[in-house]
Design a protein around this ligand. Structure first.
Ligand code: PEP
Ligand code: MG
Length: 537
């Protein structure tokens, strides 16, 4: 039995099919006529854009989220960073293939260097995908993958999003890859398409046979080459159970999440940007419980201006209205770094200069975001949330700044909603222990179990060596959640959970027992969480 990271649930038994990569190796040629190379590049870029448009249209018919990946790739093709880099090398007389490879590699390396930031690391794969497309076109290799007629388990060292979507779903029983993280676009696509997927097999990948039957389980990460009769039966049974469960879940996505004893829970979604909104609506989200606004900053090369931020917040609120949207103010630092913030390397970044600590030291940055948020508040139902609170004084300081910002807007005659609720994340042990005091100062709490777990159990959430200690179901965490919920309700405010363990249905009954009012999870998990709530006594 081989193992990888369980990335997309479901089981399959089918022949292995190793995806043959076209030869996209590139040689470096110099002293060429820049005009001719520019022309070759321009033609290739135009063809690549045409291909991406066609892929976008094809994907859009079945799934908007899938289609958006091609939209992102198209935007990358038009990105000045990419174009300027390529142009500079063409001007120097290099061949177009080399110019593309150098520039794409450079950009991907930059994304990859954002260590610990899985989102940006996943963007490295997108840049490489775009670069490979250009090189394939330049080398005159057609955009077709010869594919067997039988359903197969596709094996690939790394699977690019464009490869994932082009494969006929009826002919792909599953994916296994050597590399990849569970937040890469390919995995998101696999989940959206409902294809079982195991990534990051590492050395185990090299033990896969070239052909023959394999059995996989994307819920456990198990890969069995040449399964015997009994294993085949077992994995086929798992597949039937999974498919029956998926079909049953459909019925839950538009239901209200109410326990048998009548406790109503708002099941919301965590999002990182505008691209995720369609999925929130499609999966029956009651709103957004966590918009990680730092992605607005990470997607920018310099401090995003008030107007640019306003446009994003406005669109999120308007598209989701009347559903509530909790926007968390900037939570940069630690694993999420934007170079233009100029934050120096720290010994313990998770316990360092981050999130609200930056905002209170840089009120100029903070005010800009608050102004943009309040201006957007008239377009929907906005709630604002502040991360990494440890001291009551921080909340008092935030309230003073908020009052000043509102006064400023009043003076300018700029409208904003009076219905905005102000809350804090409970993601440090100090905040959980002081919840009764903090509850008197805010309108809501949202428990961030990711950080609460890492700080309470002294277990770095990024460290794979101690991942077995990182347990959001540890009694210490459950006690802190219980304490926080009680403090919230004693003060008459609502309390949600937006860390990853909000989607752990083994804990749903516990959350209900302490009266959690809102659960915010990845859009794909919404129906399963609703069902768990509805089935709860
Ligand atoms: C958390 O810490 O649980 C949380 C939701 O925030 P993030 O994962 O963005 O740190
Ligand atoms: Mg956090």
């Amino acid at each position: 039995m081989l193992k990888g990271i369980a990335a997309s649930a479901g089981a399959a038994v089918a022949p292995l099919y190793h995806l043959e990569e076209p030869d996209l190796s590139v040689t470096r040629e110099s002293g060429l006529d820049p005009a001719a190379q520019h022309q070759r590049y321009d033609q290739a870029a135009a063809q690549a854009i045409g291909e991406l448009d066609a892929l976008y249209e094809k994907a859009r018919a079945t799934d908007e989220n899938v289609a958006q990946v091609f939209d992102i790739h198209r935007m990358m093709l038009e990105d000045p960073d990419l174009i300027d880099g390529i142009d500079a090398l063409l001007d120097q007389g290099f061949n177009a293939e080399y110019a593309v490879r150098e520039t794409a590699d450079g950009l991907a390396a930059m994304f990859k260097a954002m260590e610990g930031d899985e989102y940006m690391q996943a963007r490295a794969a997108d840049v490489m995908d775009v670069g490979n497309r250009l090189i394939r076109v330049l080398k005159g290799i057609p955009d077709t993958a010869e594919f067997p007629d039988e359903p197969v388990i596709v094996a690939a060292v790394d699977l690019l999003p464009s490869q994932t979507v082009r494969l006929d779903k009826d002919k792909v029983a599953g994916f296994v890859t050597k590399l990849g993280s569970s937040t890469s676009h390919s995995v998101i696509l696999a989940r959206t398409l409902g294809i079982p997927c195991i990534v990051g097999m590492g050395e185990d990948y090299d033990k896969l046979p070239q052909s023959g039957l394999a059995a996989i389980d994307g819920s456990t990460g198990e890969v069995v080459p040449h399964p015997d009769e009994a294993s085949q039966r077992e994995f086929r049974r798992r597949r039937e159970v999974f498919l029956a469960d998926q079909a049953a879940l459909e019925a839950y996505k538009d239901r209200k999440a109410v326990t048998k004893s009548g406790h109503r829970v708002l099941v919301c979604a965590n999002i990182g940007g505008l691209d995720d909104i369609d999925a929130v609506i499609a999966r029956g989200g009651g709103g957004v419980g966590l918009f990680r606004s730092e992605f607005v900053y990470l997607n920018s090369d310099s401090f995003p201006a008030e107007e640019a931020q306003f446009q994003i917040y406005k669109e999120v609120l308007a598209r989701l209205a009347p559903r509530p949207v909790v926007v968390r103010t900037l939570d940069l630092g630690s694993d999420k770094q934007a170079p233009y913030f100029g934050i120096e390397g720290e010994e313990n970044p998770a316990m360092g200069y981050r999130a609200i600590r930056i905002c209170l030291k840089r009120p100029d940055i903070f005010r800009t975001q608050l102004r943009a948020l309040l201006r957007a508040s008239v377009y929907g139902k906005l709630n604002i949330m502040f991360p990494m609170i440890t001291h009551v004084e921080q909340v008092l300081e935030i309230k003073t700044i908020l009052a000043q910002v509102r006064q400023e807007l009043d003076k300018e005659g700029v409208p904003y909603s009076q219905e905005v609720e102000y809350g804090i994340m409970i993601e440090t042990p100090a905040a959980a222990v002081m919840a009764d005091v903090l509850a008197k100062e805010v309108d809501f709490f949202s428990i961030g179990t990711n950080d609460l777990t890492q700080y309470t159990l002294a277990a770095d959430r990024m460290n794979a060596n101690i991942s077995e200690l990182f347990d959001s179901g540890h009694p210490a965490i459950l006690r802190l959640i219980e304490r926080t919920a009680r403090a919230a309700h004693d003060a008459g405010i609502w309390v949600g959970i937006c860390g990853e363990s909000a989607a752990n249905t083994a804990l749903t009954a516990f959350y209900m027992s302490v009266g959690i009012d809102e659960l915010s999870v990845s859009p794909a998990s919404i129906p399963a969480v609703k069902r768990a709530v509805i089935e709860c006594d």
